[in-house]
Design a protein around this ligand. Sequence first.
Ligand code: 13P
Ligand code: SF4
Length: 325
Amino acid sequence: MKLPPVAAVFPPLPAGGTPLSALQREVLALKREKDALILAHNYQCEDIQGVADYVGDSLGLAYKAAQAAQSTIVFCGVPFMAETAKIVNPSRRVLLPDLAAGCSLADSCPAEKLAAAKAADPSLYVVAYINCSAAVKALSDVIVTSGNASKIVSRAPADRPILFVPDQNLGHWVSGKTGRAMQLWPGNCYAHVQFTPAALLRAKAAHPGAPVVAHPECTEAVRELADMVCSTELMVGWCKEQTADTIIVTTESGMIHRLRREAPGKTFVAAPTDRCSCNDCKFMKMNTLEKVRDCLRDGAPEIRMEESLRAAAEIPLRRMLEWSR
Ligand code: 13P
Ligand code: SF4
């Protein structure tokens, strides 16, 4: 009989950190030579996080991209994130190490279907999670991230019905927190819905007393087992505050690299799924340090966008940046 996977355990990093590899030094030299800013999402692999100027969640990355003074932004994440950088800072060249790194959640809401829903009910106020295409952003009234969704939804006009796209799990969580009824688009993140109550309960039994933090893209049944539900950036502050020395982290496993650096001395347990001992997003992990080096060297692949689309998508994104200050 096949045994269920046990949770992967990450003890504290050794003091002094790890020296840079030859490839990391090459990337840093190219970054200076090309006048580039390297932004990396918390789910990127450890060696990429190690060369980034800023590692953070979707909200922090959007602010950093908007403020970038460098002529080139290398965005180590997935296309909707790099598109966001281009939308808010169009005069910069935005490079993505692997253009094929998609997102199941963004794909679950095609712009044509959203346009049809709006045509069927023109009174809808569309709140879009930032994990969507530029075309979906352009059709939306305001954008949210997991870090500011409740704050933004609370400001949505009270006399309009809200359609929340594309993550039904995040939408359900936000609706509960704000008390605003919302129509939820039937999309989800393929990686976060792999966490199950049974797998999380096994990790809790193996680490008695360890608090659990979970991302709101997880299902309600998993969120209910967590001590804290929040965006990846808020996880950093919450984990630092915990007196427990072991914490169970229910999100993509790249998050653990950031947590080990920011909360030294703690042991992090990657919540398992029913199939594996920790959970990677196959799209986030398509970026490699070699591809970061190659895109800096070649100036490609580059994010390009029609100006009319960019300008339309900028309106709800700017509204978000303004409302979440
Ligand atoms: P945040 O980093 O904004 O919490 O988003 C998580 C995520 O799934 C990004 O793809
Ligand atoms: Fe998309 Fe989920 Fe991967 Fe984030 S973790 S990029 S939401 S598939």
